[in-house]
Ligand binder design. Structure first.
Ligand code: HAM
Length: 425
Protein backbone atom coordinates (compact mmCIF):
# COMPACT_ATOMS: atom_id res chain seq x y z
CA UNK A 1 0.00 0.00 0.00
CA UNK A 2 1.26 3.45 -0.85
CA UNK A 3 2.09 5.58 2.16
CA UNK A 4 -0.41 8.35 2.79
CA UNK A 5 0.55 11.87 1.77
CA UNK A 6 1.33 13.94 4.81
CA UNK A 7 -1.29 16.66 5.04
CA UNK A 8 -0.27 20.32 4.85
CA UNK A 9 -0.95 22.45 7.92
CA UNK A 10 -4.54 23.73 7.99
CA UNK A 11 -4.89 27.25 6.66
CA UNK A 12 -1.65 27.16 4.64
CA UNK A 13 -1.41 27.11 0.86
CA UNK A 14 0.88 25.24 -1.50
CA UNK A 15 1.99 27.75 -4.10
CA UNK A 16 2.02 25.60 -7.22
CA UNK A 17 3.38 27.62 -10.16
CA UNK A 18 -0.06 28.93 -11.22
CA UNK A 19 -0.75 30.28 -7.71
CA UNK A 20 2.81 31.53 -7.44
CA UNK A 21 2.32 33.40 -10.72
CA UNK A 22 -0.61 35.29 -9.17
CA UNK A 23 1.36 36.11 -6.02
CA UNK A 24 4.25 37.43 -8.10
CA UNK A 25 1.86 39.43 -10.27
CA UNK A 26 0.26 40.99 -7.18
CA UNK A 27 3.67 41.76 -5.69
CA UNK A 28 4.65 43.48 -8.96
CA UNK A 29 1.52 45.67 -8.78
CA UNK A 30 2.25 46.46 -5.14
CA UNK A 31 5.81 47.48 -5.99
CA UNK A 32 4.80 49.56 -8.98
CA UNK A 33 2.12 51.52 -7.10
CA UNK A 34 4.17 51.96 -3.89
CA UNK A 35 7.26 53.12 -5.76
CA UNK A 36 5.20 55.46 -7.94
CA UNK A 37 4.35 57.39 -4.78
CA UNK A 38 7.97 57.36 -3.63
CA UNK A 39 7.77 54.62 -0.97
CA UNK A 40 10.89 52.60 -0.15
CA UNK A 41 10.79 48.85 0.29
CA UNK A 42 11.80 47.24 3.60
CA UNK A 43 11.36 43.96 5.43
CA UNK A 44 11.24 42.97 9.10
CA UNK A 45 11.94 39.58 10.73
CA UNK A 46 9.30 36.86 10.66
CA UNK A 47 10.07 36.08 14.32
CA UNK A 48 9.47 38.64 17.05
CA UNK A 49 9.15 38.63 20.82
CA UNK A 50 5.55 38.32 21.96
CA UNK A 51 5.92 41.41 24.14
CA UNK A 52 6.22 43.57 21.02
CA UNK A 53 2.53 43.00 20.31
CA UNK A 54 1.50 43.06 23.92
CA UNK A 55 2.28 46.79 23.79
CA UNK A 56 -0.76 47.75 21.70
CA UNK A 57 -2.09 45.26 19.19
CA UNK A 58 -5.02 44.12 21.30
CA UNK A 59 -6.00 41.01 23.16
CA UNK A 60 -7.51 39.04 20.31
CA UNK A 61 -4.38 39.19 18.21
CA UNK A 62 -2.01 38.44 21.08
CA UNK A 63 -3.93 35.90 23.14
CA UNK A 64 -6.01 34.10 20.52
CA UNK A 65 -4.38 34.48 17.14
CA UNK A 66 -0.62 34.46 17.59
CA UNK A 67 1.51 31.40 17.00
CA UNK A 68 3.65 31.49 20.13
CA UNK A 69 6.45 29.20 21.23
CA UNK A 70 9.35 29.21 23.63
CA UNK A 71 12.67 29.03 21.83
CA UNK A 72 15.50 26.93 23.21
CA UNK A 73 16.74 29.84 25.28
CA UNK A 74 13.31 30.15 26.91
CA UNK A 75 12.25 33.39 25.20
CA UNK A 76 8.62 33.72 24.18
CA UNK A 77 8.68 34.09 20.42
CA UNK A 78 5.85 34.58 17.95
CA UNK A 79 5.50 34.24 14.20
CA UNK A 80 4.58 37.80 13.28
CA UNK A 81 0.78 38.26 13.06
CA UNK A 82 1.14 41.80 11.65
CA UNK A 83 3.90 44.23 10.69
CA UNK A 84 3.12 47.59 12.30
CA UNK A 85 4.78 46.90 15.69
CA UNK A 86 7.96 45.67 13.91
CA UNK A 87 7.90 48.81 11.78
CA UNK A 88 7.55 50.96 14.91
CA UNK A 89 10.48 49.10 16.50
CA UNK A 90 12.67 49.57 13.42
CA UNK A 91 11.83 53.28 13.34
CA UNK A 92 12.47 53.66 17.07
CA UNK A 93 15.91 52.03 16.71
CA UNK A 94 17.07 54.48 14.04
CA UNK A 95 15.00 57.48 15.03
CA UNK A 96 17.85 59.98 14.98
CA UNK A 97 19.09 59.00 11.53
CA UNK A 98 15.92 58.71 9.47
CA UNK A 99 14.88 61.44 7.05
CA UNK A 100 11.29 62.38 7.80
CA UNK A 101 8.67 61.73 6.71
CA UNK A 102 9.42 58.04 6.32
CA UNK A 103 7.54 56.42 3.44
CA UNK A 104 8.00 52.65 3.49
CA UNK A 105 6.26 49.57 2.09
CA UNK A 106 6.64 45.82 2.40
CA UNK A 107 5.13 42.59 1.05
CA UNK A 108 5.58 39.38 3.02
CA UNK A 109 4.09 36.49 5.00
CA UNK A 110 2.13 36.61 8.28
CA UNK A 111 0.55 34.02 10.54
CA UNK A 112 -2.64 34.13 12.57
CA UNK A 113 -4.39 31.25 14.24
CA UNK A 114 -7.83 32.12 12.87
CA UNK A 115 -10.70 29.94 11.81
CA UNK A 116 -10.04 29.52 8.07
CA UNK A 117 -12.95 31.13 6.20
CA UNK A 118 -13.57 33.10 3.05
CA UNK A 119 -10.60 35.41 2.58
CA UNK A 120 -8.95 34.45 5.87
CA UNK A 121 -6.27 31.83 6.30
CA UNK A 122 -3.57 31.06 8.83
CA UNK A 123 -0.63 31.87 6.62
CA UNK A 124 -1.14 34.82 4.31
CA UNK A 125 0.67 37.67 2.63
CA UNK A 126 0.12 41.35 3.34
CA UNK A 127 1.11 44.50 1.58
CA UNK A 128 1.93 47.08 4.25
CA UNK A 129 2.43 50.73 3.41
CA UNK A 130 3.05 53.43 6.01
CA UNK A 131 3.93 57.10 6.28
CA UNK A 132 5.51 58.23 9.56
CA UNK A 133 6.54 61.61 10.86
CA UNK A 134 3.78 63.76 9.33
CA UNK A 135 0.70 64.60 11.37
CA UNK A 136 -1.17 66.56 8.72
CA UNK A 137 -4.40 64.97 7.45
CA UNK A 138 -2.81 65.32 4.00
CA UNK A 139 -0.73 62.28 5.03
CA UNK A 140 -3.83 60.25 5.91
CA UNK A 141 -5.33 61.45 2.62
CA UNK A 142 -2.25 60.33 0.69
CA UNK A 143 -2.31 56.85 2.22
CA UNK A 144 -6.04 56.44 1.58
CA UNK A 145 -5.57 57.68 -1.99
CA UNK A 146 -2.80 55.12 -2.59
CA UNK A 147 -5.21 52.35 -1.67
CA UNK A 148 -7.70 53.71 -4.21
CA UNK A 149 -4.99 54.04 -6.84
CA UNK A 150 -4.04 50.42 -6.19
CA UNK A 151 -7.61 49.28 -6.79
CA UNK A 152 -7.60 51.27 -10.00
CA UNK A 153 -4.40 49.54 -11.07
CA UNK A 154 -6.09 46.17 -10.51
CA UNK A 155 -8.96 47.32 -12.73
CA UNK A 156 -11.39 47.74 -9.80
CA UNK A 157 -13.65 50.78 -10.13
CA UNK A 158 -15.35 52.80 -7.43
CA UNK A 159 -18.61 51.03 -8.28
CA UNK A 160 -16.97 47.74 -7.26
CA UNK A 161 -14.96 48.72 -4.19
CA UNK A 162 -15.14 51.47 -1.59
CA UNK A 163 -12.93 52.81 1.16
CA UNK A 164 -14.87 53.34 4.37
CA UNK A 165 -13.34 56.13 6.43
CA UNK A 166 -13.86 57.32 9.99
CA UNK A 167 -11.92 58.87 12.86
CA UNK A 168 -11.38 57.38 16.28
CA UNK A 169 -10.86 60.87 17.68
CA UNK A 170 -14.32 61.83 16.42
CA UNK A 171 -15.90 58.64 17.76
CA UNK A 172 -14.25 59.05 21.15
CA UNK A 173 -15.65 62.58 21.36
CA UNK A 174 -19.08 61.26 20.46
CA UNK A 175 -18.84 58.45 23.01
CA UNK A 176 -17.96 61.06 25.65
CA UNK A 177 -21.08 63.02 24.66
CA UNK A 178 -23.18 59.90 25.14
CA UNK A 179 -21.69 59.57 28.59
CA UNK A 180 -19.35 56.61 28.15
CA UNK A 181 -16.65 56.45 30.81
CA UNK A 182 -13.37 57.47 29.05
CA UNK A 183 -11.58 54.66 30.90
CA UNK A 184 -13.79 52.16 29.08
CA UNK A 185 -13.47 53.56 25.57
CA UNK A 186 -11.51 50.58 24.27
CA UNK A 187 -14.34 48.23 25.22
CA UNK A 188 -16.83 50.42 23.38
CA UNK A 189 -14.61 50.64 20.32
CA UNK A 190 -14.52 46.83 20.27
CA UNK A 191 -18.29 46.80 20.58
CA UNK A 192 -18.62 49.06 17.54
CA UNK A 193 -15.99 47.10 15.64
CA UNK A 194 -17.90 43.85 16.12
CA UNK A 195 -21.32 45.19 15.16
CA UNK A 196 -21.47 43.61 11.70
CA UNK A 197 -20.38 40.21 13.01
CA UNK A 198 -23.23 39.82 15.55
CA UNK A 199 -27.02 39.77 15.31
CA UNK A 200 -28.65 43.09 16.35
CA UNK A 201 -30.07 41.44 19.48
CA UNK A 202 -26.78 39.94 20.59
CA UNK A 203 -25.03 43.23 19.93
CA UNK A 204 -27.52 45.24 21.98
CA UNK A 205 -27.25 42.73 24.78
CA UNK A 206 -23.48 43.22 24.81
CA UNK A 207 -23.95 47.01 24.85
CA UNK A 208 -26.24 46.74 27.86
CA UNK A 209 -23.78 44.42 29.58
CA UNK A 210 -21.18 47.15 29.15
CA UNK A 211 -23.50 49.39 31.12
CA UNK A 212 -25.35 51.41 28.47
CA UNK A 213 -28.82 52.59 29.42
CA UNK A 214 -31.51 52.32 26.72
CA UNK A 215 -31.39 56.04 25.92
CA UNK A 216 -27.61 55.86 25.49
CA UNK A 217 -27.93 52.79 23.28
CA UNK A 218 -30.44 54.62 21.09
CA UNK A 219 -28.04 57.53 20.75
CA UNK A 220 -25.20 55.19 19.88
CA UNK A 221 -27.25 53.46 17.19
CA UNK A 222 -28.31 56.79 15.72
CA UNK A 223 -24.68 57.86 15.70
CA UNK A 224 -23.59 54.76 13.81
CA UNK A 225 -26.22 55.41 11.13
CA UNK A 226 -25.26 59.07 10.65
CA UNK A 227 -23.64 59.52 7.22
CA UNK A 228 -22.86 63.20 7.75
CA UNK A 229 -21.02 62.95 11.04
CA UNK A 230 -17.68 63.46 9.30
CA UNK A 231 -18.59 67.12 8.69
CA UNK A 232 -17.93 67.66 12.40
CA UNK A 233 -14.32 66.56 12.06
CA UNK A 234 -11.70 68.89 10.59
CA UNK A 235 -9.32 66.04 9.92
CA UNK A 236 -11.92 63.98 8.06
CA UNK A 237 -12.94 66.96 5.95
CA UNK A 238 -9.30 67.39 4.99
CA UNK A 239 -8.90 63.70 4.19
CA UNK A 240 -11.88 63.87 1.84
CA UNK A 241 -10.47 67.05 0.26
CA UNK A 242 -7.10 65.38 -0.25
CA UNK A 243 -8.77 62.41 -1.92
CA UNK A 244 -10.60 64.88 -4.15
CA UNK A 245 -7.29 66.45 -5.13
CA UNK A 246 -5.79 63.01 -5.82
CA UNK A 247 -8.77 62.27 -8.08
CA UNK A 248 -10.08 59.32 -6.06
CA UNK A 249 -12.89 60.92 -4.03
CA UNK A 250 -15.43 58.58 -5.66
CA UNK A 251 -13.84 55.60 -3.85
CA UNK A 252 -14.41 57.10 -0.38
CA UNK A 253 -17.47 56.79 1.82
CA UNK A 254 -17.94 57.93 5.37
CA UNK A 255 -18.83 55.06 7.72
CA UNK A 256 -19.33 55.72 11.43
CA UNK A 257 -19.19 51.96 12.06
CA UNK A 258 -15.50 51.69 11.17
CA UNK A 259 -13.27 51.94 14.24
CA UNK A 260 -10.91 48.95 13.61
CA UNK A 261 -9.99 46.13 15.96
CA UNK A 262 -6.39 46.97 16.77
CA UNK A 263 -5.82 49.06 19.87
CA UNK A 264 -3.04 51.33 18.65
CA UNK A 265 -5.15 53.45 16.31
CA UNK A 266 -5.73 56.97 17.54
CA UNK A 267 -7.04 59.03 14.60
CA UNK A 268 -8.29 58.43 11.08
CA UNK A 269 -9.20 54.78 10.45
CA UNK A 270 -10.35 53.13 7.24
CA UNK A 271 -11.15 49.81 5.58
CA UNK A 272 -11.62 48.66 2.01
CA UNK A 273 -14.86 46.83 1.20
CA UNK A 274 -16.47 45.42 -1.91
CA UNK A 275 -19.62 47.35 -2.78
CA UNK A 276 -21.70 44.16 -2.72
CA UNK A 277 -20.50 43.65 0.84
CA UNK A 278 -19.88 40.00 0.04
CA UNK A 279 -16.45 39.81 1.67
CA UNK A 280 -14.93 40.90 4.95
CA UNK A 281 -12.53 43.86 4.86
CA UNK A 282 -10.20 43.90 1.85
CA UNK A 283 -7.67 45.96 3.75
CA UNK A 284 -7.51 48.04 6.89
CA UNK A 285 -5.45 50.78 8.44
CA UNK A 286 -5.31 54.07 10.23
CA UNK A 287 -3.28 56.56 12.19
CA UNK A 288 -1.29 55.57 15.26
CA UNK A 289 0.18 58.36 17.37
CA UNK A 290 1.83 56.39 20.15
CA UNK A 291 3.11 53.09 18.80
CA UNK A 292 6.70 54.22 18.14
CA UNK A 293 6.78 55.65 21.67
CA UNK A 294 5.23 52.49 23.11
CA UNK A 295 8.02 50.30 21.74
CA UNK A 296 10.71 52.55 23.16
CA UNK A 297 11.13 55.46 20.75
CA UNK A 298 10.20 59.13 20.98
CA UNK A 299 6.67 59.98 20.00
CA UNK A 300 6.30 59.80 16.24
CA UNK A 301 2.92 59.55 14.58
CA UNK A 302 2.31 57.30 11.60
CA UNK A 303 -0.47 56.24 9.27
CA UNK A 304 -0.72 53.20 7.04
CA UNK A 305 -2.64 50.13 6.04
CA UNK A 306 -2.26 46.46 5.18
CA UNK A 307 -3.99 44.44 2.48
CA UNK A 308 -4.11 40.64 2.32
CA UNK A 309 -3.42 38.61 -0.81
CA UNK A 310 -6.13 35.99 -0.21
CA UNK A 311 -9.04 38.39 -0.28
CA UNK A 312 -7.78 40.31 -3.29
CA UNK A 313 -7.52 37.10 -5.29
CA UNK A 314 -11.05 36.05 -4.29
CA UNK A 315 -12.48 39.44 -5.18
CA UNK A 316 -10.81 39.53 -8.59
CA UNK A 317 -12.07 36.01 -9.22
CA UNK A 318 -15.62 36.92 -8.24
CA UNK A 319 -15.60 39.95 -10.53
CA UNK A 320 -14.04 37.99 -13.40
CA UNK A 321 -10.94 40.18 -13.29
CA UNK A 322 -8.20 37.68 -12.55
CA UNK A 323 -5.26 38.25 -14.88
CA UNK A 324 -4.57 35.63 -17.49
CA UNK A 325 -1.16 34.46 -16.31
CA UNK A 326 0.98 31.70 -17.69
CA UNK A 327 3.40 30.23 -15.17
CA UNK A 328 6.01 29.29 -17.78
CA UNK A 329 8.65 31.94 -18.34
CA UNK A 330 9.69 30.35 -21.66
CA UNK A 331 9.40 32.53 -24.74
CA UNK A 332 10.38 29.71 -27.02
CA UNK A 333 10.68 25.94 -26.98
CA UNK A 334 13.64 24.71 -29.01
CA UNK A 335 12.59 21.44 -30.62
CA UNK A 336 15.00 18.48 -30.78
CA UNK A 337 14.46 17.22 -34.31
CA UNK A 338 16.58 14.11 -33.84
CA UNK A 339 19.35 13.02 -31.49
CA UNK A 340 22.06 13.73 -34.05
CA UNK A 341 21.17 17.41 -33.89
CA UNK A 342 21.51 17.56 -30.10
CA UNK A 343 24.75 19.60 -30.21
CA UNK A 344 23.56 22.33 -32.63
CA UNK A 345 20.18 22.48 -30.87
CA UNK A 346 21.72 23.09 -27.45
CA UNK A 347 24.08 25.63 -28.99
CA UNK A 348 21.14 27.48 -30.59
CA UNK A 349 19.20 27.53 -27.30
CA UNK A 350 22.30 28.87 -25.50
CA UNK A 351 22.74 31.68 -28.01
CA UNK A 352 19.05 32.61 -27.68
CA UNK A 353 19.47 32.82 -23.89
CA UNK A 354 22.60 34.90 -24.31
CA UNK A 355 20.44 37.30 -26.36
CA UNK A 356 18.00 37.61 -23.46
CA UNK A 357 15.35 35.22 -24.79
CA UNK A 358 13.95 32.65 -22.35
CA UNK A 359 14.53 29.41 -24.18
CA UNK A 360 13.57 25.93 -23.01
CA UNK A 361 14.83 22.92 -24.90
CA UNK A 362 13.44 19.48 -25.52
CA UNK A 363 15.49 16.78 -23.80
CA UNK A 364 14.84 13.75 -25.98
CA UNK A 365 13.92 13.60 -29.64
CA UNK A 366 10.44 12.28 -30.37
CA UNK A 367 7.53 12.97 -32.68
CA UNK A 368 7.26 16.63 -33.64
CA UNK A 369 3.52 16.58 -32.88
CA UNK A 370 4.22 15.55 -29.29
CA UNK A 371 6.77 18.32 -28.84
CA UNK A 372 4.35 20.90 -30.24
CA UNK A 373 1.61 19.65 -27.95
CA UNK A 374 3.92 20.14 -24.97
CA UNK A 375 4.54 23.77 -26.00
CA UNK A 376 0.82 24.28 -26.45
CA UNK A 377 -0.13 22.82 -23.05
CA UNK A 378 2.54 24.87 -21.31
CA UNK A 379 1.47 28.04 -23.09
CA UNK A 380 4.91 28.63 -24.63
CA UNK A 381 4.23 31.20 -27.37
CA UNK A 382 6.91 30.14 -29.90
CA UNK A 383 8.63 27.00 -31.08
CA UNK A 384 11.99 26.98 -32.88
CA UNK A 385 12.72 24.09 -35.21
CA UNK A 386 16.21 23.21 -36.34
CA UNK A 387 16.05 20.19 -38.67
CA UNK A 388 18.80 18.87 -40.99
CA UNK A 389 17.50 20.95 -43.96
CA UNK A 390 17.40 24.12 -41.89
CA UNK A 391 20.87 23.42 -40.54
CA UNK A 392 22.22 22.96 -44.07
CA UNK A 393 20.51 26.16 -45.26
CA UNK A 394 21.53 28.16 -42.15
CA UNK A 395 17.89 28.70 -41.17
CA UNK A 396 15.64 28.17 -38.19
CA UNK A 397 11.86 27.80 -38.51
CA UNK A 398 9.89 29.76 -35.97
CA UNK A 399 6.32 28.72 -35.31
CA UNK A 400 3.88 31.05 -33.62
CA UNK A 401 1.80 28.75 -31.41
CA UNK A 402 -1.25 30.97 -31.23
CA UNK A 403 -1.63 31.71 -34.96
CA UNK A 404 0.04 28.55 -36.26
CA UNK A 405 2.09 30.65 -38.71
CA UNK A 406 5.65 29.57 -39.34
CA UNK A 407 8.51 31.28 -41.04
CA UNK A 408 12.19 30.60 -41.71
CA UNK A 409 14.78 33.03 -40.37
CA UNK A 410 18.53 33.25 -40.18
CA UNK A 411 19.63 33.08 -36.56
CA UNK A 412 20.43 36.79 -36.50
CA UNK A 413 17.04 37.70 -37.97
CA UNK A 414 15.28 35.33 -35.57
CA UNK A 415 16.90 36.95 -32.55
CA UNK A 416 16.09 40.44 -33.82
CA UNK A 417 12.53 39.39 -34.53
CA UNK A 418 12.05 37.94 -31.06
CA UNK A 419 13.74 40.84 -29.33
CA UNK A 420 11.47 43.26 -31.13
CA UNK A 421 8.30 41.59 -29.87
CA UNK A 422 6.48 42.19 -26.65
CA UNK A 423 6.24 38.74 -25.10
CA UNK A 424 3.51 38.07 -22.60
CA UNK A 425 5.25 37.85 -19.19
P1 HAM B 1 -5.59 44.06 9.98
O1 HAM B 1 -6.95 44.66 9.81
O2 HAM B 1 -5.41 43.13 11.12
O3 HAM B 1 -4.57 45.27 10.07
O4 HAM B 1 -5.21 43.30 8.65
C1 HAM B 1 -5.17 43.99 7.44
C2 HAM B 1 -5.57 43.09 6.29
O5 HAM B 1 -4.79 41.91 6.28
C3 HAM B 1 -7.01 42.56 6.34
O6 HAM B 1 -7.94 43.52 5.89
C4 HAM B 1 -6.90 41.37 5.39
O7 HAM B 1 -6.86 41.81 4.04
C5 HAM B 1 -5.52 40.84 5.74
N1 HAM B 1 -5.63 39.76 6.74
C6 HAM B 1 -5.70 39.87 8.08
N2 HAM B 1 -5.83 38.67 8.68
C7 HAM B 1 -5.83 37.76 7.67
C8 HAM B 1 -5.93 36.34 7.60
N3 HAM B 1 -6.04 35.60 8.70
N4 HAM B 1 -5.91 35.75 6.38
C9 HAM B 1 -5.79 36.49 5.26
N5 HAM B 1 -5.69 37.82 5.25
C10 HAM B 1 -5.71 38.46 6.43
C11 HAM B 1 -3.22 45.13 10.28
O8 HAM B 1 -2.63 44.10 10.16
C12 HAM B 1 -2.51 46.44 10.55
N6 HAM B 1 -1.16 46.14 11.02
C13 HAM B 1 -2.53 47.29 9.31
C14 HAM B 1 -1.77 48.58 9.41
C15 HAM B 1 -0.62 48.91 8.77
N7 HAM B 1 -2.13 49.62 10.14
C16 HAM B 1 -1.25 50.59 10.00
N8 HAM B 1 -0.32 50.16 9.16
Amino acid sequence: MATQTIQPVKGTRDFYPDLMAFRTWLYDKVRVVSRRFGYEEYEAPMLERLELYAAKSGEELVKEQSYVFADRGGDEITLRPELTPSLARMIAQRQGELVLPVRWFSFGPFWRYERPQRGRSREFFQWNIDLLGAETPAADGEIVSISAEFFRTLGLSSSEVAIHVNSRRLMERKLDEIGVDPARRVEFLHLIDRRDRLSPDKWREWARDLGLAQAQLDRLEALLADHDLWQESDELRQVFDTAQAFGVRDYLVYDAGIVRGLDYYTGVVFEGHDREDFFRALFGGGRYDNLVGDVGGDRLSGVGFAMGDVIVELLLERLGKLPDLRPTPSDVLVILFDEELYGPTVALASRLRAAGINAEQVLEAGRLGKQLRYADRKGIPYVAILGPDELAAGHIVLKNMSTGEQEAYTEKALIEHMQSREFVP
